[in-house]
Design a protein around this ligand. Structure first.
Ligand code: PLP
Length: 395
């Protein structure tokens, strides 16, 4: 946080690391630092900690311990899922038939660009399923993309749809997506980076095939994450090496990181259970307050099926970037789009996919938080927003 008094409302970009997470991780960097693959006693101690972390982490996502592949974060997990599953599936296709990868139009670049990479280097047929004006995937379009098969020169091998959107907070109907894709025998990868720790995730109950998670969105140091993959799903590893993580992600495991992931997820879920209703209530008070105070403001994303700590708007007539800078000077730290687009001043892609004009999409702002906002917080945000809109000529 840049100033003592700043209000941090950019939790979708990253979260602080909790003291208990650091305390749980530290011994595995100082005392129990052995390589978990080593056969000596210290190695076994590290392996046991890794195993315990794997079990706890999986259970909190409704998955089995064997599903977990620890990675360096959401980007790597998404790359491994999209490229790894498509590459493995390609080998099962008849000669001359291209793999078809279906992604929603609201996907994070880690998914969308991985699909494009498969197109560039392996001739994959990438089908982008449109979303509606709330950023929900159009299930009729998904069905169509899966069905177009007979006589086509490509066959569907993977559907990738996020659980919750980073820009507008919309929660996707993942169970419907799985039902439709599985009726065509196509596996489903779910990018749950924004959802993990915020809403319940039941990977196996939902019959999801692969699921990406990133630790720094729920309180671990950056550079930690996991891809959970069911054993039935073919997956080509992208890293060659010592064969760690079921041979699917080589590289000496980060034991301290795995311990941190398990603890941070567990703490986030406990917090979510205790404060879910309060978080939603404060989000809705903020949304109502902003819409009342600034007549030009419009809520983006699904008004109901959205992340509990996510309020996103457009302010036609100003740019989100200008608002962001002005708000920052007033001690309100938020974001104008997806975290990775910040600094590159791109038009938020989800907003375009929702059918907004580029100028309107450029006026986007999102406030994201993991703890319920107080009435004083909300009043402060709205006062700053009104002042910023005024100073930028939006009356
Ligand atoms: N997927 C989504 C939906 C995200 O919001 C992000 C990051 O913002 C990522 C993937 C990438 O995760 P990481 O920052 O861990 O690489």
């Amino acid at each position: 946080m840049s100033a003592d008094t700043a209000l941090y409302l950019d939790a979708a970009a990253t979260e602080p690391v909790g003291r208990t997470v650091i305390d749980a991780m530290l011994p595995f960097m100082t005392d129990a630092y052995a390589n978990p693959a080593s056969v000596h006693q210290d190695g076994k101690t590290a392996a046991r900690a890794l195993d315990a972390a794997r079990h706890s982490f999986a259970a909190n996502l409704g998955a089995a311990a064997d599903d977990v592949i620890f990675t360096s974060g959401g980007t790597e997990s998404d790359n491994l899922a999209v490229k790894g599953i498509a590459l493995a599936q390609m080998r099962r296709l008849p000669h001359g038939v291209r793999p078809r990868i279906i992604v929603s139009a609201a996907e994070h670049p880690a998914v969308a660009e991985s699909a494009r990479w498969m197109q560039r280097f392996f001739g994959a047929d990438v089908v982008v399923a449109p979303v509606d004006d709330h950023a929900r995937i159009r299930l009729d379009a998904l069905e169509k993309a899966l069905a177009a098969g007979d006589g086509a020169d490509s066959r569907p091998v993977l559907v990738s749809v996020m659980l919750a959107n980073n820009e507008v907070g919309t929660i996707q109907p993942v169970e419907d997506v799985v039902r439709i894709a599985h009726s065509h025998h196509v596996p489903v990868h779910v990018d749950a980076v924004q959802a993990a720790g915020q809403i319940p995730i039941r990977m196996r109950d939902w019959d999801v095939d692969a699921l990406s998670v990133s630790g720094h969105k729920f309180g671990t140091p950056k550079g930690l994450g996991a891809l959970l993959v069911r054993g039935r799903v073919p997956l080509e590893p992208l890293l060659s090496g010592g064969g760690q993580e079921r041979g699917l992600r080589s590289g000496t495991q980060n034991v301290a990181g795995a311990v941190g992931l398990a603890i941070a997820l567990d703490e986030s879920i406990r917090f979510m259970r205790a404060h879910h209703a309060a978080l939603i209530a404060s989000r809705d008070r903020l949304i109502r307050g902003v819409l009342e105070a600034i007549p030009q403001a419009r809520l983006t994303g699904d008004p109901v099926s959205r992340l509990p700590g996510h309020a996103s708007f457009i302010f036609p007539g100003v740019t989100g970037e200008a608002l962001l800078v002005d708000l920052d000077a007033r001690g309100i730290e938020c974001s104008s789009g997806s975290a990775c687009a910040v600094g590159r001043h791109e038009v938020p892609p989800t907003l375009l996919a929702m059918g907004l004009e580029p100028a309107a999409a450029r006026s986007a702002l999102r406030f994201t938080f993991r703890r319920p906002l107080t009435d004083a917080d909300i009043a402060r945000i709205i006062a700053a927003l009104c002042a910023s809109c005024n100073s930028l000529g939006l009356h």
